[in-house]
Structures are given as structure tokens and as C-alpha cells.
Write a protein that binds this ligand. Sequence first.
Ligand code: TPP
Ligand code: MG
Length: 324
Amino acid sequence: MAGTLDPVKLLETMLRIRRFEEKVDQLFFAGKLPGMPHACTGQEASAAGVCAALEPGDLITSTHRGEGHLIARGVDLYRLFAELLGRRDGYSRGKGGTMHIADLSIGLLGTTGIVGAGIPIAVGAALAARMKGSDRIVVAFFGDGASNQGAFHEALNMAGLWKLPVVFACENNLYGMSVAQWRHQAIKDIAVRAQAYGFLGEVVDGNAVLDVLEAASRAVARARVGEGPTLLEMKTYRWCGHYGADPGTSYRKAEEVAAWKERCPVKRHTELLLKQGAITESELEELQERISNEVDEAANRALECPEPPLEAAQEDLYQAGGLP
Ligand SMILES: Cc1ncc(C[n+]2csc(CCOP(=O)(O)OP(=O)(O)O)c2C)c(N)n1
Ligand SMILES: [Mg+2]
């Protein structure tokens, strides 16, 4: 959870994300979950490591692949499942789905279906923090594909110019939908783009949670004392296709997927903790079971929650001045 540096807590967060995505997958393929899930399985370390570097008052913006960020920030799993299942206790009363989740109580400004849209929002929030004299910092999560958006460049320019307290957390999973990174940009390291805007860029192994935490903590510390933004590029990989119905097999080689699965962030961190004696086999089993039960209970409760009534379609709408 936010603010913790405990390596066992980092494992717990990653296990929770992994189990949550497994459950979503299960519900989706059973025909119980509408819409298209965009799982972050394989990318747990970037969400867990970055969020562990934050304080409770800090803010994040997230993406279409945001469940890991939300869970690492301490989202209510029941309300999250309810939203994904289109039930009335969901974050957007079951009318928005995974790309319409905001929870200011955990500093979550919102997920979005518009690629790159969270980046300028984070910069705006960082400017607001500066103007209010607060020491909060803001993290914008986004992918490699989003780093080609105009909004990315405009936001980084402004953040660099004004030395705003923001961390640009790029999860480079090597693909934007079915397009490999080498097909969509001429550079290998997205972090080099920071140089064009006058601040630091850093590449980190996005599947090594302690490395992510360390790099994110440095970036957060700099932002907090007024030294400006950092572009933190985390090299990682999504195990599944782009979204639920995409097997991801037509544009990726099986060997590539298998090689990245070998570098599983959860497995690597688990093995490290076992080797160091920070956790025993039986404690690990206990932890896995507790998280599994927690996720299952949240999902089962959400499945019991009713859908919003038909009239709710006309509620919660923004109508400036009303319709004529
Ligand atoms: C502005 C905009 N353009 C295109 C899309 C369609 N789209 C959805 S996800 C995606 C790829 C995003 O890639 P990346 O930023 O690398 O994130 P990832 O899916 O890999 O996590 C695209 C092109 C969109 N949702 N919004
Ligand atoms: Mg990507």
C-alpha cells in the first residue's frame, strides 16, 4: 500500500493485483463480466513499486490498464468489482467500467480510456499543488504508446519548464495494442525524451519491484523538494493480449512471451524474499490464501449486487444550464 517500504507488503500488493486480474479473466470468460478487460498481468511490479514510494496525500492518474495502479493505491476491491460487473455499488454506479474509476480518498484522480489523457491532468494537478503551497506530488502512469501522443509532449514541456512536482511513470510493455515499440517509435528508451524538456529520465527494470521502488523514491524525493519532474521508464511486458478477446498471438512470438514469463515480477520477488528469509514457505502460503479469499469474497459480493435501474441512465449526467 501507499507509503510502505516493507518488501513483504510489496509482495502482498503484487499478489493482490495478480489474483484480481485472474478473477476478472475468469468472470470475463464465464460471460459474467461485460466490456473488455485490459489486464496488467506481468506488470505488477511497476504499479506496486511506484505507489509504495508515495505518501497518502499524493495523487495519481491512471489508464485503460489501471487495475494494478488502483489496487496498489488501496482501492476498495468490492466497489471495483461492482463497477467492472456493471453493478450499482460500483465507483461510477456501474455505468462506467474500468476506464471510469476515480477515488479522491486514495488520491486517484481517475482512469481513462483516452490514451495519454491522464498525463496533462497530472501536470495540472501538480501545478495546483504548487499554487496551494502543498508538498503533494503527482504520478502519471501511461504506456509506451501514450508517449507518442501530443498531450505527452505538451505536458512534459510545461512540467519541465515550471519544475512541477510530477513523476511520469511510463510502463513500457513493448506494445501499443498490436504494434511493437520498434514499429511505433525510432527510439529504444523512452526515458531519453525527458532530456528534450530539461529534466531527468531514467530506465529501470520494471519487473524488479525493489529497483522500481528505489528509482521511484528518488524521483518522488526530487519532486517533493522542488527539483522538478522525472520520466521513469519501466521496461515490462503484458502477458495477455491487449484486451480480453485478444489472444495476443498474431503479433508476438510464443518464445518472446515465454521469456518474459520467466521474468515474472511476482515470482522473482517471492524467490528473493524466501532466499533472504524475509518470509517462510508457510507464511507465503498463508498470504496467498488470505489474498485469494479476499479477492473471491469481493467478487462474490459484487455478483450479488443489483444492476442500476433503467432510470439511472438519466442520472449523474453533466448538463450545463440544462437542455433546451
Ligand atoms: C487517443 C486514443 N487513441 C487511440 C486509442 C485506442 N487505443 C486504446 S489502448 C491503445 C494502445 C495504448 O498503448 P500503450 O500506451 O502502450 O498502453 P498499453 O495498452 O500497452 O498498456 C490504443 C491505441 C485510444 N483509446 N485513445
Ligand atoms: Mg504499451
